[in-house]
Design a protein around this ligand. Structure first.
Ligand code: NAD
Length: 483
């Protein structure tokens, strides 16, 4: 594969929370990989900013260790690592006090792109925004990147939007959802809008139903107490699954540009019908040889928070009326697998004998573990014996088709951080989109809380509770296998 790397403009990127877990596992390795590929100009600089008092040298050492852990050995040539580490600087700052801010102001350069990554707890977002303003650090064209969770309900998301908007305009705010940075998710748009083949079929006349699955094999482990306040609905559906649903269901935007795309996504959220209680199944994993139960992990024996949720949604518009969207996500499931699957209808009339069988086309867009797109088409089973139909995959696994080994498919954070520097907000959530997603989520959570619904227990390593299987069975459909 010949990759075309266009260097971005010189920048100062300040990572608040530069000593945190996200910086270590995702942000810094992503920046390093972009550096390796020659996308970062020599004037680029990355400043770590966090509570810990330490020298820039100490932080560089820590970043070096993070790269050893999270970047493939083949990409860690000592000279390249050393050259990358030279770009790094560090400053201790206190988000809630005055310490470090004047120094940060003094270190900012004129004439380069200015970006501030808020990789800290959301309770500190307002403090950071205020101080960047108060100390005259952020210029009018500065960008801020904010991590999830963006609020825990509509009221808190609105409050956060209001606070940020006191200091930054909407065009400066990059609300990150790393699912949008995945290569396959962008390919979903390329497949839909770059081919004439799919778009005419992309509607209720030809699509029987859509399944969106984000399955994880791990439990909530060490973050059980935090997760118990959130649950799968807030942690995964309101943001990641909703974004995948929007990109699947939206009308073609007039251009691949930030507001054109985000306007169409917003219309999908606003077109969602309220979800009926019988169309929602929540679950909690049981104890197994893989580990403790959800309740033990959450350290809350009476917890009613869901570690699994499946639901049936209706997008109430002309395109989708009559085509259900089934969403499911959960922890401690059979395997780690994320995909969007479009199940087309069977041909309206079969010219073949009943014995030949009949099959529907299925288009699956795999997000993880191995990103790729697979279209199942019907052919004749080869050989003698009359006309028997089978379906075979037209498979486009990126790793194979594009000649890259799996490790070379860029990580979502690589693309998204470069988009921040380029000033491209297309793959970031706009404030009204996030609020609309919460406005849809809140009544659903209130509903099950008021009714006192309890999640169904499910076996670790399964596909979730039996009731989730029934959700599709009662419609005469079945979920795809999770691994
Ligand atoms: P973390 O607890 O590992 O790190 C927090 C960072 O914030 C540290 O660098 C710490 O020094 C800094 N900090 C805390 N209080 C501060 C203060 N008063 N002043 C200045 N700095 C302060 O957290 P994390 O896991 O890296 O998560 C950071 C953000 O990213 C959170 O919003 C989290 O929800 C989000 N997030 C994390 C992950 C992940 O995989 N870790 C995934 C998605 C989203």
């Amino acid at each position: 594969m010949v990759s075309r790397v266009i260097p971005v403009e010189p920048f100062d990127l300040v990572i608040f929370g530069g000593t945190g877990d996200l910086a270590r596992r995702k942000i810094l390795p992503a920046l390093y990989r972009r550096f390796c590929d020659g996308q970062m100009p020599s004037e680029a600089r990355i400043i770590g900013a966090a509570r810990t008092q330490q020298s820039a040298g100490d932080w560089r050492g820590w970043v070096g260790e993070a790269l050893e852990e999270f970047v493939a050995a083949a990409r860690r040539e000592p000279q390249t690592v050393a050259a990358f580490l030279e770009r790094l600087d560090y400053l201790a700052v206190d988000a809630k006090g005055d310490g470090g801010w004047q120094e940060l102001c003094d270190r900012m350069r004129e004439g380069v792109v200015q970006a501030f990554y808020f990789s800290v707890a959301p309770s500190l977002f307002g403090d950071l925004a205020e101080r960047l303003h108060q100390f005259g650090i952020a210029r009018a064209d500065a960008r801020i990147v904010v991590e999830k969770p963006f609020g825990t309900d509509l009221a808190s998301a609105r409050a956060l939007n209001r606070t940020l908007s006191e200091y930054f305009s909407e065009t400066q705010i990059y609300r990150i959802d790393h699912y949008l940075g995945k290569e396959t998710v962008q390919n979903l748009m390329a497949v839909r809008f770059g081919n004439v083949l799919f778009e005419p079929l992309w509607n209720t006349q030809y699509v029987d139903h859509v399944q969106i699955t984000v399955a994880e094999s791990v439990g909530v482990g060490g973050r059980g107490a935090y997760y118990d306040q959130s649950g799968a609905m807030r942690d995964m559906v309101q943001n990641h699954l909703m974004q995948l649903l929007c990109l699947t269901a939206m009308e073609p935007p007039s251009r691949f540009e930030p507001d054109a795309v985000r306007d169409e996504k917003l219309k999908v959220i606003r077109a969602l019908d309220p979800v009926l209680p019988e169309d929602i199944v929540r679950g909690q994993y049981k104890a197994s040889d893989k580990g403790p139960s959800y309740r033990e992990d959450a350290e809350n024996e009476a917890s009613r928070t869901e570690s699994f949720i499946a639901m049936k949604l209706h997008v109430a518009n002309w395109r989708w009326n009559g085509t259900p969207f089934y969403l499911r996500t959960g922890k401690r499931l059979k395997s780690r697998k994320s995909e969007i699957v479009i199940h087309f209808k069977e041909p309206p009339h079969s010219i073949f004998d009943e014995d030949a069988g009949s099959r529907a086309n299925v288009l699956s867009i795999r997000l993880q573990p191995d990103e790729g797109i697979d279209l199942r088409v019907t052919i004749k089973e080869p050989g003698p014996g009359g006309m028997r139909l089978i379906d075979v995959p037209l498979d486009m696994s990126f790793a194979e088709a594009l000649g890259a080994d799996g490790a070379d498919v860029p990580d979502a954070y690589e693309r998204l951080i470069m988009d921040v520097i380029r000033g491209n907000q297309t793959l970031f959530m706009r404030g009204d989109e996030v609020e609309a997603a919460w406005a849809w989520t809140d009544p659903i959570i209130e509903g099950w809380t008021k009714r006192g619904d309890r999640p169904f227990p499910y076996d670790a390593g399964s596909a979730g509770p039996e009731e989730a299987l029934m959700l599709l069975h009662k419609d005469g459909r079945r979920w795809r296998e999770i691994g």
